[in-house]
Ligand binder design. Sequence first.
Ligand SMILES: [Zn+2]
Length: 290
Amino acid sequence: MNTRSSETTERDLVLELVRLRRFGKACSHVVCPRCGGGPCHRWGAFAGRQRYRCTSCNRTFSDLTGTFLARCRRISRWPLNLAAMERCLSVRLTAREAGISPSTAFRWRHRILDARRESARTPWQGELLADCTPVRIRRIGSREARVWVLGAIGRQRARLKGDARLLAIAARDARPGAAMLEPWISMLVHRGCRIRDGRGRFGSVALAGRRLGLVVGRKCRRDMTPLTRLLRGIRPFLRPFRGVSLRWLQNYLEWKLLLGSHVSHLPPRHAGGRRRVPVAAGLRFLGLVL
Ligand SMILES: [Zn+2]
């Protein structure tokens, strides 16, 4: 199989998977991503993508409209990019594996994570269970983040020059049966932060919570194991990235959370360098992130 036809196959596989995930097998299930209405009819195709027209708002859209793959010209490179992401490869290695530039690899990585982060989530309500771990960030990235941190730490601003430690907080809904687990970041900088027990009134979580305007309750007696397990994995996960900037920290935690529910079956170095194994892994990972 030559490169061109294998690229077409990979593009078609991605498109088919996205279509199945979003609309199911029948065209009657297609919902307009612009107005949420329908019914929608098939309306030609372009670049291998099916186009639809919504009879409610009369606008057209494709299989990829409204996903992180929208307006991407090199769909065929996504499976290898995702396979690299599944293995937590660096930007440089991801770029090499997927045959894209490092800047594209970085942009694509955050496209997925931004989309995950912004996807509709139920806002936290009522009581939360929370625990935290300190993570190291490389430097205070964007101006916006800097202002945010300075606001959070107040008097400690003079110490905020180089690397800093933040608390990564994991929280879950305390209602019985609610298994929602999310990273919830407090931009509370504490260079010499001692984390002992985040569950008490005077623990780090409580302190961060007060800064975020939350009501801090009494010490929690419920099972904290899922939170502790999640938090324990955060620092080893972040280590290969050699400190992430504050600008992207939340995305990296999103990534960790994403991988937490998924076990990679890829061998460390895919045998013989054939594309099939990573492509299959990339498609499996795509199914997870869609
Ligand atoms: Zn519409």
